[in-house]
Design a protein around this ligand. Structure first.
Ligand code: SAH
Ligand code: SF4
Ligand code: F3S
Length: 445
C-alpha cells in the first residue's frame, strides 16, 4: 500500500502510549511516535481522546508484567465506551508472550521491539477487524535513520539509543530473548542525532544500550563514540547507561576523564557480592575484579558517581552469599542502587536449570536489609559532598517548591536550590549546604 493512502486513512487518528521499563523503552516510544507521525497519526496524552491506546511494555520481572495485565483491563473500559478504539501492546512483553496477548481477545495489535516500522500496516489491518502481530526480531534494525519525537517535556535531556539487543545471556535475564541479538548503530547517525537535539536546545544526551561498552561499529568502539559525541560542543553534556563491569575498558574511563562535558557517573550493576552467585548468574567477573574496577575508576576520576543494580535471593543464595552482597555495598559506598528480589523469568537459563528455591519471605527480608544498608550508604555518599561546589544543569522547578530549581551535578546527584532567575537548560554553580540520602540541598554561588 502507498504511504499516501495510509496517510489518508490515519488522518486525525489519535495515539496514546504508556511506557514501562527501562530508558531504552522510553526512547523506543519516541521512535514509535516518529514513525506514526510520518503516517499522519497525532499524539495525545489524554487516554479518553485516543483512537489507539498502546502500552510499551517490560518483562524484566513478573510484577512488571502483572501491572500491564491490569492496564489492559483499564484500556478495555475505554474500548467499550467508545466506537473503534484499538489496543496495542508493544515492547518486551509483546515479544515474550506473542499470541497469548491476542488470545485474550482484548488486544488488537502486538508488536515486538524490532517491528515498529510495520506499525502503520498493522494498525490499518487491525482497523479492518483483524488482530495483527509482528514479533520478528532483527539482526540489523537500529532505527538509525529515525529522529525520535521527544516525549519528555523538560527539553533539556534527550535519550539516544546507540545499540539494541544483548548477547550476554545472564542466566536470570529475559532481555536477550525479548530484544534479540546485539547490534550497534552507525556512529554517524548517532552524532547527527546528538547535533540535532543540541541545535533544538537540548543540553544533555544519554547514550543508551544494555551493554554500552560492547558498542562496536566498524572501527568505532565505545570510547571513540564517546569522544565523537563529546566533541560536538562543550555545552552538551554526555551521559551513558548501562556499563557491564566485565566490559568497561580503561579507554572509556580515560576518555571520561579527558572531556569535562562527559558526566562523571557510571551505572555499574554488580548484581551480587558473592562469587558463587555471580558465576551462577553468568556474570563474567568476580567480586575482587569488580572492586578493582571501582578502585581504578576512582583513581582516574576521583569524584566519579557510582550507582548499581542488585538482585537479592537468586537461586541457591545462602545467608553467607547475602552477607557478601551486604559487605560489598558497605565497601563500595554507592550513591544509589536499584534493588530487586529475584523474579524467575520463563525460558531463561536460570529458569531451565535452577530451582527458584529462596522462599519469598527470605528474599524480601534480604532485599530489605540491602535497602536499609544502601540508605545509610547513600547518606554517607551525599554527606561527603556537603561544602563542595558543583556545576548543575538546570532541569526545571523543584517538585516541592516553585521558588526552587533542580538539576543534576556531573556525578548525577540531584541538587535543589532557591532560584527564580535561571531556567531549564542553564548551567549554574551551586554550593552544597546539606543533604538527604537522595538530594543535595544547595545555594547559588
Ligand atoms: N543490561 C543491564 C541490566 C538491564 S535489566 C546490565 O547488564 O546490567 C535491569 C536490572 O534488572 C538488572 O541489572 C537486574 O538487576 C534486574 N533484573 C534483571 N532480571 C531480573 C530478574 N529476573 N529478577 C530480578 N531482577 C532482575
Ligand atoms: Fe540482561 Fe545481562 Fe544483557 Fe544486562 S547484560 S541485559 S542483565 S543479559
Ligand atoms: Fe524491561 Fe525490556 Fe527494558 S524487559 S528493562 S523494557 S529491555
Amino acid at each position: 500500500m502507498e504511504p499516501e493512502t495510509l496517510k489518508g486513512r490515519a488522518k486525525g487518528m489519535k495515539v496514546y502510549i504508556e511506557t514501562y521499563g527501562c530508558q531504552m523503552n522510553v526512547n523506543d516510544t519516541e521512535v514509535v511516535f516518529s514513525i506514526l507521525a510520518g503516517h499522519g497519526y497525532q499524539r495525545t496524552e489524554d487516554i479518553a481522546q485516543a483512537d489507539l491506546i498502546m502500552a510499551n511494555t517490560c518483562s524484566v520481572r513478573d510484577n512488571a508484567e502483572q501491572r500491564i495485565w491490569g492496564r489492559i483491563d483499564q484500556f478495555m473500559i475505554q474500548k467499550k465506551a467508545r466506537e473503534g478504539v484499538l489496543i496495542g501492546i508493544l515492547g518486551c512483553m509483546a515479544e515474550r508472550l506473542k499470541d497469548a496477548l491476542l488470545d485474550t481477545g482484548k488486544v488488537d495489535i502486538v508488536a515486538g521491539p524490532d517491528a515498529y516500522r510495520s506499525l502503520p500496516q498493522l494498525i490499518d489491518a487491525a482497523r479492518e477487524g483483524h488482530p495483527q502481530m509482528n514479533v520478528l526480531l532483527s539482526r540489523e534494525e537500529t532505527y538509525g535513520d529515525i529522529s525520535p519525537v521527544r516525549i519528555d517535556k523538560n527539553g533539556v535531556s534527550a535519550f539516544i539509543s546507540i545499540m539494541r539487543g544483548c548477547n550476554n545471556v545472564c542466566s536470570y535475564c529475559v532481555v536477550p530473548y525479548t530484544r534479540g541479538a546485539e547490534r550497534s548503530r552507525d556512529p554517524h547517525t548517532i552524532v547527527r542525532e546528538a547535533c540535532e537535539v543540541f541545535a533544538a536546545g537540548y543540553k544533555e544526551v544519554t547514550l543508551l544500550g544494555q551493554n554500552v561498552d560492547s558498542y562496536k561499529y566498524e572501527d568505532t568502539d565505545f570510547a571513540k563514540l564517546l569522544s565523537m559525541v563529546a566533541g560536538i560542543n562543550p555545552q552538551l553534556r554526555v551521559r551513558f547507561s548501562t556499563s557491564n563491569p566485565q566490559d568497561i575498558s580503561d579507554d572509556v574511563i580515560y576518555t571520561m576523564a579527558r572531556y569535562p562535558n562527559i558526566c562523571k557517573h557510571i551505572h555499574l550493576p554488580v548484581q551480587s557480592g558473592s562469587d558463587r552467585i555471580l558465576q551462577k548468574m553468568r556474570r563474567r567477573y568476580t567480586r575482587e575484579w569488580y572492586l578493582q574496577r571501582v578502585a581504578f575508576i576512582r583513581s582516574v576520576i576521583p569524584d566519579c558517581g557510582l550507582t548499581t543494580d542488585v538482585i537479592a535471593g537468586f537461586c541457591s543464595e545462602t545467608e553467607e552469599d547475602h552477607l557478601q552482597t551486604l559487605s560489598l555495598f558497605e565497601e563500595v559506598v554507592f550513591d544509589a542502587a536499584f534493588m530487586f528480589y529475584y523474579s524467575e523469568r520463563p525460558g531463561t537459563i536460570a529458569a531451565r536449570n535452577y530451582p527458584d528455591d529462596v522462599p519469598l519471605d527470605v528474599k524480601t527480608r534480604r532485599l530489605n536489609e540491602i535497602i536499609a544498608l544502601q540508605g545509610k550508604m547513600s547518606l554517607k555518599s551525599y554527606s561527603a559532598d556537603v561544602g563542595r561546589t558543583f556545576e548543575v544543569l538546570v532541569e526545571g522547578p523543584s517538585k516541592k517548591n516553585p521558588d526552587e530549581l533542580c538539576g543534576r551535578a556531573s556525578n548525577n546527584k540531584m541538587c535543589v536550590f532557591p532560584d527564580t532567575v535561571h531556567k531549564a537548560g542553564d548551567y549554574v554553580t551551586v554550593k552544597v549546604l546539606s543533604c538527604t540520602p537522595a538530594t543535595l540541598i544547595c545555594e547559588l554561588v
